[in-house]
Design a protein around this ligand. Structure first.
Ligand code: CU
Length: 491
């Protein structure tokens, strides 16, 4: 027996030695591979590489034609304070320092060697469940890690698609609710088709101790989370993450691909881009392709890849079309497209005129036009005009400037205590009548957006401005219809 076994062991160790030599020599080749020509790329291809990780809205380079490899992911968990909205801060728990966490880009067949580090300054243990992994807890069972420790596990990515990862440490909802989620993309063999622009957008709902807009450091509110009563619903972790100067960009003619995820913890997103139609949606991040889609549904813990060509310049607004979330809770982003107009695809306003249909015909010769009639009526009391203005505000202005005139950081300037508003009444009237675009500074902050003309008559314009001036610490100016008429006629 002994003599029989000996040669076996001998051959085995020889085999291992040969393997080790071939790996080393291959490694040596790689180290010199700067000199190798592209046709030798296969020989030079490394057996392993470090994954490029990016924070939103950026994504790593596409995998292209590279072969499957061992892909080393180095992910650090950081619990850190950030800004939820203007003046509102929050302690986020993050994968890689951002919400959503670092984007991981792999190709099918890669063996992902995952190193999860929990920073020593953190207070809690965490782990990670990757929906792209097959195995207990998607990795959660092998990755529980205390502050000041590192854990390692490996998994093979078997199925192409866009997958969510998240922390799965109890209470799971709280870890997710504090921002512990992100996306991992598994590209098919040969990679996804090339496009011009790719971005990473992920929705999440947040539950804070104070109401939406309440200033100061907010903590997680478990009761509201259980009730699914979100204070903030946002893209990329905060209100205004992708608006104004932070807007994502493209040029006319570009093919744009958005990797869109939803971390939840609770809400399902009705993802829509105002003014665009998705040429294709890779539904739920999987292999099914739907074409010509207006709004795609992204479940909590799910994702979708949407692709569209941008044909005309302008600002395209990304929203959760459960629309109060967009205008009142923050789920609003912007894609700025620059380039040549194409009037055949979109004309812009072609003409604007008064619309006064004929009345039923009684005494047509005596009928006064509406404006003349209004001029004859006595002006209502200031209180009545303010009440009427409030109603106009609630219908017309509030979507952008918000219920208490506070505006939306980096997108819509405040009307509350607005130095810009209070400095010049005629200018304010002009803005409501004709809209405004270009840079303006309101209370020391710069805005560079577009307000469209509001198409209100003189009375409504006067009333809404009287209401605005009367509210939120503004200068109490009284705006009369004839003041509006004067500005209207001067244009
Ligand atoms: Cu966690």
């Amino acid at each position: 027996m002994k003599t029989l076994l000996k040669p076996k062991g001998y051959y085995l160790s020889f085999l291992l030695l040969a393997l080790a030599i071939s790996i080393t020599s291959c490694k040596e080749k790689e180290e010199n591979n700067g000199k190798l020509v592209a046709s030798n790329a296969n020989i030079a291809a490394t057996l392993e590489m470090k994954a490029e990780l990016t924070s939103p809205p950026n994504v790593p380079r596409s995998v292209g034609r590279r072969k499957a490899k061992k892909l080393i992911v180095d992910m650090e968990i950081l619990e850190k304070e950030g800004e939820m909205a203007d003046g509102v801060s929050y302690v986020y728990w993050t994968f890689g320092g951002s919400v959503p966490g670092s984007f991981i880009r792999t190709r099918v067949g890669d063996e992902v060697e995952f190193h999860l580090k929990n920073h020593p300054d953190n207070k809690l243990p965490h782990n990670i469940d990757l929906h792209a992994a097959t195995g207990p807890g998607g990795g959660a069972a092998s990755s529980f890690v205390a502050p000041g420790h590192e854990t390692q596990f490996s998994f093979k990515v078997l199925s192409p698609g866009l997958y969510v990862y998240h922390c799965a440490t109890a209470p799971v909802g709280m870890h997710i609710g504090n921002g512990m989620y992100g996306l991992i993309l598994v590209e098919p063999e040969g990679g996804l088709p090339q496009v011009d622009k790719e971005y990473y957008i992920m929705q999440g709902d947040f539950y804070t101790s104070g109401d939406n807009g309440e200033k100061g450091l907010q903590s997680f509110n478990m009761e509201k989370a259980i009730e699914e009563d979100a204070d903030y619903v946002v893209f990329n972790g905060k209100v205004g993450s992708t608006t104004g100067d932070n807007a994502i960009t493209a040029e006319v003619g570009d093919k744009v691909r958005l990797f869109v995820g939803n971390g939840g913890p609770n809400l399902v997103s009705s993802f829509h881009v105002i003014g665009e139609i998705f040429d294709i949606v890779r539904v739920e991040g999987g292999s099914m392709i739907n074409e010509n889609v207006q709004t795609t549904i992204i479940p909590s813990g799910g994702a979708a890849i949407v692709e569209f060509m941008v044909d005309v310049p302008g600002t395209y607004i990304l929203v959760d079309h459960s629309i109060f979330r967009a205008f009142n809770k923050g789920a609003l982003g912007m894609l700025n497209v620059t380039g040549e107009e194409n009037k055949k695809i979109y004309s812009g306003t072609q003409k604007e005129s008064v619309y006064q249909p004929e009345t039923s015909g009684e005494k047509p010769d005596m009928a006064m036009n509406v404006e003349e009639l209004k001029e004859k009526l006595p002006l209502k009391s200031r209180a009545e005009r303010i009440a009427a203005g409030k109603a106009v505000y609630a219908q017309t202005c509030f979507a952008c400037h918000q219920a208490n005139g506070q505006g939306v950081p980096n997108a819509f300037p405040p009307l509350a205590g607005s130095d810009y508003l209070n400095a010049n009444v005629d200018r304010a009237i002009g803005i409501v009548l004709n809209g405004n675009k270009g840079k303006i500074t309101v209370n020391g902050k710069e805005y560079n957006g577009i307000m469209t003309p509001q198409n209100l008559n003189d009375d409504d314009t006067a009333n809404v401005l009287t209401y605005v001036y009367d509210s939120w610490g503004n200068s109490k100016k009284d705006i009369k219809p004839d003041m509006v008429k004067k500005i209207r006629n001067s244009h």
